[in-house]
Ligand binder design. Sequence first.
Ligand SMILES: C[S@@+](CC[C@H](N)C(=O)[O-])C[C@H]1O[C@@H](n2cnc3c(N)ncnc32)[C@H](O)[C@@H]1O
Length: 219
Amino acid sequence: MPGDARRALADVVERRIGMMPEAYRAALLAVDRADFVRREDVSRAWFDEPLPLDTPHGRGVATVSAPHMYVLGFEALGLGPGDRLLELGSGSGYGAALAAHVVGSEGYVTTVEADPHLARIALRTTAHLPNVRVLHDDGLRRGDLLASHTKCWLTFAVGELPSAFLDQLPPGAVLVAPVGPPHDQRLLRYIRGADGVAVEDLGAVCFVSARPLIEESGS
Ligand SMILES: C[S@@+](CC[C@H](N)C(=O)[O-])C[C@H]1O[C@@H](n2cnc3c(N)ncnc32)[C@H](O)[C@@H]1O
């Protein structure tokens, strides 16, 4: 993506959601979104809109989210240098690549993808980033990973966050998730404190829905 187009994208995002921290803007400029979209969508890569991802395991089940959604997510998490981010829903790896720039070499990003086709794509697109690890699994069943991360966010919507997952949120860790039925979700922030988990409603969002794990041989 030419530098001018990347700067224009960052400007559009700021016009939409307000000034963003310099580190988030730097990540938008550093990561070429064209590397994460379908070949036929490359000309739209620098527009602030979600773009579809193809997978043999379903239609309309995955997108590269609109860039401003990553910035909103990072702001909700308070993502910064040294953070250890657990991302559920890798898609093609764009969010993980942006986050890797924000957390820097002192931090790391673990991203979990249920679809083996997309997990392979994310593995390829983030292979040059030493602080990104891609796992093929059902993220909602990997609450065990929460202990080794400071922040967690879901890039797909859940009707309700499974308590078996939430129960493993360590003290002080921040979890951000779109919760609610298709097309009517709220972005919720969970923080475990001394008195239990505090939940804050950050507003309306629209994400693709959670999917079950698709085994490597699945069709
Ligand atoms: C909005 S898309 C991904 C956005 C992605 N972060 C990006 O940068 O392009 C949501 C992704 O979550 C994945 N997903 C849905 N349910 C999942 C689950 N239970 N565990 C892991 N990944 C899941 C979908 O296959 C899809 O790739």
